[in-house]
Design a binder for this molecule. Structure first.
Ligand SMILES: Cc1ncc(COP(=O)(O)O)c(C=O)c1O
Length: 374
């Protein structure tokens, strides 16, 4: 065996020994408490029909885009969709990326420069961490949702300052104190970047996100909205000023050096946004979140308080968390354990996602089953 193959085997063996070997799985469990398809859009027949009908109206339809947006991959419909989504979220402009990962890497690697400072909540998503790592700016973390720690970090910051948070945290499900963070940013002339991946479709009128719900859209420098969660499709948009959009078109490498999404996909995103406006989905999901929290109040389990579709039950230790998930899976509940090092050691957990399509009975049955973990 050559040395690179040996290296791969050794690393994989190390993971296996620690019980951390990752494998691709195909889930067939009947009760979905795992996916990020909070509003059921990914499996919505109504959305499928809308896409099929509207894709027929696209002029110059091609199966693939044929190149990057700057070469042959642009389409007037894509730019119309960007403005439609920007208007929905009450932003001046927006630029679509092929994924949330690409958007976050493309934003943070391109905007902050050497001599600038990026200050991030310690629990931000890996894509934001990777983007910040690619930047030449100084980087600091502040303790999760800790305003005093953020204020301290802001005092020492140099150059242009960027504060990066999520409105809803992907593993804890809790929300950032956005209003207070905006106030601190104003005091220190810092620019706020908010990842709304898990708030879109859940918070704000018709799902416009937490920033809009709190009326803070004018106070935020950039927002990232991903389409793979409540929007039920794939991709992401960075929302901000027209100057930010033009800057990213010129300097963001994960936008420039990649093939544009096929137009069929852009139609899917556009249709998902049309669907969002037809119903009050945030109220529908809020009903499920309230029911779940009411049921959990009577069960003595360590949880992280959350008003979002992401709920957690802390189960200390990888083996314990994995066993707890396995017990639920045996009963048909698709609940996954989140293990360390994905979360800090001692903070292993069950991550329970609620959906509009989880019946009240399913949620009650899940709560009954959770009682066995007490
Ligand atoms: C907070 C957050 N930002 C960004 C992403 C990445 O988005 P995508 O899955 O579209 O790459 C995720 C997805 O896991 C996320 O949870």
């Amino acid at each position: 065996m050559n040395s690179a193959e040996q290296f791969l085997q050794d690393r994989l063996q190390e993971r296996t020994t620690k019980g951390l070997f990752r494998q691709l799985i195909n889930t067939t469990l009947p009760f979905d408490f795992c996916s990020n398809d909070y509003l059921g859009f990914a499996k919505s027949p109504a959305l499928k029909q809308l896409i099929e009908a509207q894709v027929k109206n696209i002029a110059n339809y091609k199966n693939g885009s044929g190149g990057s947006r700057l070469l042959s991959g642009n389409h007037p419909y894509t730019e119309e969709t960007e403005q439609f989504i920007a208007n929905f979220h009450q932003a001046a402009a927006g630029l679509i990326f092929n994924s949330g990962y690409d958007a976050n890497v493309g934003l943070l690697s391109a905007v902050p420069q050497r001599g600038d400072t990026i200050i991030t909540d310690e629990l931000i998503h890996a894509s934001l961490i990777d983007g910040a790592r690619l930047s030449h700016a100084e980087r600091y973390k502040f303790r999760h949702n800790d305003l005093n720690d953020l204020a301290q970090k802001l005092k020492n910051a140099k150059g242009l300052i960027y504060v990066v948070v999520e409105s809803v945290y992907s593993m804890d499900g809790d929300t950032a104190p956005l209003k207070e963070i905006v106030d601190l940013c104003k005091q220190h002339q810092a620019h706020l970047i908010v990842d709304e991946a898990h708030a879109t479709g859940i918070f704000g009128h018709k799902g416009r996100g937490l920033t809009v719900q709190l009326g803070l859209e004018k106070d935020v420098f950039a927002r990232i909205v991903t389409f793979g969660k409540a929007v039920g499709t794939h991709g992401a948009i960075i929302l901000g000023s027209t100057a930010l959009r033009n800057y990213l078109i010129n300097f963001s490498r994960s936008f420039i050096y990649t093939t544009a999404a096929p137009i069929h996909h852009i139609v899917a995103i556009n249709c998902a946004y049309q669907l969002l406006t037809t119903n009050d989905y945030p109220t529908q999901i809020a009903h499920k979140i309230i029911l779940y929290n009411e049921l959990l109040r009577n069960i003595n389990l360590p949880i992280i308080k959350s008003s979002s579709a992401i709920q957690t039950i802390l189960v200390k230790g990888n083996a314990n968390a994995r066993n707890a998930a396995a017990g639920l899976q045996e009963k048909g509940f698709d609940v996954k354990a989140i293990l360390s090092p994905t979360v800090a050691e001692g903070k292993e957990r069950l991550r329970i996602c609620l959906h509009t399509y989880n019946s009240d009975e399913e949620i009650r049955n899940l709560a009954e089953q959770l009682k066995t973990l007490q």
